[in-house]
Structure formats: C-alpha cells, structure tokens
Write a protein that binds this ligand. Structure first.
Ligand code: ZN
Length: 199
C-alpha cells in the first residue's frame, strides 16, 4: 500500500490507518456542517472515517468532538451527518447500478446460471432473501472452481432496496460481472448495510 495516489489516512474514531480509498472522506463547510465527500473530490482539508462496523456504531456527537481540533464544527450533528452519508451512498449506488445493472444477472435462476460459468462475479444478496435461497446461492458459490475466490458475496439492505436499485419490484439476489466499478459499488453496499444496521 505504498501507492502515492492512495495515501494512508487515520480514522477519526478508531485512529487506525488505512488507504484513503478504503475510507469515507468528510469535509467541514464554512457553516461548520460536516459533509461526506464520497468521491474525494471536494477541495479543502478532509477527515476520514473507516466506516467499519465498530466505528459506525461508536460514532456519536461525543466522538465527533475530535474534529474540533482542526475544524470549527457545529454540534449536535451526527444524526444529520448520518442522513447525509446515507443519501450520498444511495445516490451513488443508484448511479452505479444503472450502469452496471444492464449486464447484471437478476433473480435466482439468472444468478445460478451466471455462477455455472466461472467468470468472476460480485454477488449481491438481500438481507431478507430467505435462508433457503441464501444456502443455495452460498453452495453454488462454494462449488465454483476457486471457492471464495473470484466470487464475492455481499449482503445488501433488502429486496425492496435491491429492486429499486435495479429498476425492478423486488430483487433477492443479483450478480454483477467483476470490475473495478463493481468492486467500488460492493464497498458502498457494505457501508450502506452497516449504516442501516447501526442506525
Ligand atoms: Zn475507524
């Protein structure tokens, strides 16, 4: 991880250093409002959140006080910031799904079929997909040539949500061809899922 385009950053909550690309950048505007900078394009100094399970459930106005050291921040703010993060994640995922969804396998039969050929995929499985379907998909994924390799399984918010993302009613499972964008989308899905659980 010595790539200069992706420097290490320290999480404001757990103090752990990670590649900036694996973290959520936050910026503080002139009114002291904190905003998520998902694409890391906004000017100015940023602060970083690792978006790990523990750091999301531990995040609070009290923990965000650490930002006062470098920024003038208005409090309370965590609830507003949480909504902003969910909102940008939702919008960005929608954008990415509308590009990647065209080649996605949607629904059990299509996904099972996609799994039979061994091209790398990102599997998205709704939290409320149901045990039988989860087991079936998991088994099929495990049976592939390189079990666990080239086949990443991600639990996402729910059937309604995944359906909305893919322009359908409800979708319990979908498979995206592996790509840099699918990998990024997977990361956002994981973050979004954690936000929902910790909320
Ligand atoms: Zn952290």
């Amino acid at each position: 991880m010595t790539d200069h385009r992706d420097p290490m950053r320290r999480c404001i909550i757990c103090r752990q250093s990670l590649p900036a690309d694996a973290m959520l950048r936050l910026i503080v505007d002139e009114e002291g409002q904190i905003w998520p900078d998902l694409l890391r394009q906004l000017p100015g100094r940023g602060a970083y959140h690792c978006m790990g399970d523990g750091c999301l459930s531990a995040c609070s106005d009290k923990r965000l006080q650490v930002l006062k050291k470098d920024f003038s921040v208005v409090f309370p703010q965590w609830e507003a910031l949480r909504l902003r993060i969910e909102h940008v994640l939702d919008k960005q995922q929608q954008r990415m799904f509308s590009r990647l969804g065209r080649t996605a396998a949607i629904g059990r039969d299509a996904v099972m079929h996609r799994l039979w050929n061994n091209a790398p995929v990102v599997l998205l499985l709704a939290e409320d997909a149901g045990d039988a379907l989860v087991r079936q998909i998991q088994d099929a994924a495990d049976k592939r040539g390189h079990a666990g390799d080239g086949c990443e399984l991600v639990r996402v918010a729910g059937r309604d949500w995944l359906g909305r993302m893919l322009g359908r009613d409800q979708v319990a499972v979908a498979a995206l061809d592996a790509s840099a964008m699918a990998g990024k989308l997977k990361q956002y899905c994981v973050w979004y899922g954690r936000m929902k659980v910790s909320g």
